[in-house]
Write a protein that binds this ligand. Structure first.
Ligand code: F42
Length: 333
């Protein structure tokens, strides 16, 4: 199983670059930069990371088909790929509905929009004239002049991963993705996801074995277990509050607990969350513990079919320390 790290650009980009350099030195193979309009811009961040590192793969994890058109996405990812010498990956998902309200975006037909965008971007990255007459994506002889590898000497066959959680989006990911990034931290999530991904892959004449199944986890590691849980619970609170009913059912959480958590969040009662969310409930939505515990839980995810574990926010009470602790764990895989 490979390891990645998710970094949210809500800190200065040079700080994100320092974390990325540290992760590269600790053996992480991927860094994924989230894309939300209210944080620093994803491609500007990726270009700095590309200059600050030399082997770690760098992913947009994940953009969406609404805040940028697929042509702008293709041009952006190809541009940073040239800077990174062919080390980038494009992650695209339907986008965070919550943020769309602020932007006046409807986010209509998400399955269609993600599928068509992935197909159109892949075509544009060949450097050839692209005409795409889709339901949502419409291109007529669009062409990235610089994407021809003969001109740049950089392989623009950039892998495209799909950010997905719902069953139909997971199926779409199997059909059009080289990989899938799934917000989840428990083996049950990946056993269920594999069924949908396999369905989509086989319908497209692909084999699920060729698809990188990445667990985009909420991860919190520290020798002090209590501190690890305290750091993780506020993050799991947002995940639980935004979870679909079937997901809550899978993890045995009640609607009452979801409502209690949502109320505590809206009141800013983060201290209260520590008691409302039991350790057992947090374990369903995060990989939490001391190094031994985290190693055990990571091995369970690998057994459930995960091929890349992305250590996501908060990483632990102390990011730099967590990166080193996970680095020690990586050597066990
Ligand atoms: N979102 C961001 O905005 N920024 C990020 O950086 C980010 C990172 C990220 C990483 C991993 C990951 O798994 C998700 C991530 N997300 C990020 C969230 C992501 O963008 C989505 O919000 C999240 O994956 C939840 O969406 P979903 O995958 O569950 O898909 C939604 C749209 C959904 O409701 N899907 C359902 C399903 O079954 O998959 C229903 C789909 C649907 O609407 N179907 C309709 C129908 O009629 O069937 C429409 C059909 C059509 O044509 O589209």
């Amino acid at each position: 199983m490979k390891f990645g790290i998710e970094l949210v650009p809500n800190e200065p980009v040079f700080k994100i670059a320092a974390y990325t350099k540290a992760a590269e030195e600790q053996g992480f193979e991927y860094v994924w930069i989230t894309d939300h309009y209210n944080n620093r811009e994803v491609y500007s961040t990726i270009s700095v990371l590309a200059l600050a590192t030399n082997k770690i793969k760098i992913g947009a994890g994940v953009t969406n088909p609404y805040t940028r058109s697929p042509v702008v996405t293709a041009s952006s990812i190809a541009s940073v790929n040239e800077i990174a010498g062919g080390r980038v990956i494009l992650g695209i998902g339907p986008g965070d509905k919550m943020t769309f309200e602020a932007l006046g975006l409807a986010g209509e037909k998400p399955l269609t929009a993600v599928r068509e965008s992935a197909e159109a971007v892949r075509e544009l990255l060949t450097g050839k004239k692209t005409t795409y007459d889709g339901d949502i994506v419409k291109l007529k002889n669009a062409k990235l002049d610089f994407a021809d590898p003969k001109k740049t000497g950089v392989d623009m066959n950039i892998p495209i991963y799909i950010g997905a959680q719902g069953p139909k989006m997971l199926e779409t990911a199997g059909a059009v993705g080289d990989g899938v990034l799934i917000n989840g931290s428990h083996p049950d999530d990946f056993k269920a996801a594999a069924v949908q991904i396999k369905k989509g892959a086989e319908a497209a004449g692909k084999n699920i074995k060729d698809i990188d199944i990445a667990a985009y986890t909420c991860f919190s590691i520290d020798e002090d277990i209590e501190k690890a849980y305290a750091a993780a619970k506020p993050v799991t609170a947002f995940i639980i509050a935004g979870s679909s009913d079937p997901l809550l059912e899978r993890h045995g959480l009640s609607q009452e607990m979801k409502k209690e958590i949502a109320d505590a969040i809206s009141k800013g009662d983060f201290k209260g969350l520590n008691t409302i969310i039991t350790d057992a409930a947090a374990d369903r939505f995060a990989v939490i513990g001391n190094p031994e515990e985290c190693l055990k839980k990571s091995k369970e995810l690998e057994k459930a079919g995960v091929t890349q574990l992305v250590a996501g926010s908060p990483l632990g009470p102390n990011k730099e320390k967590s990166i080193k602790l996970i680095g020690k764990m990586i050597s066990e895989f």
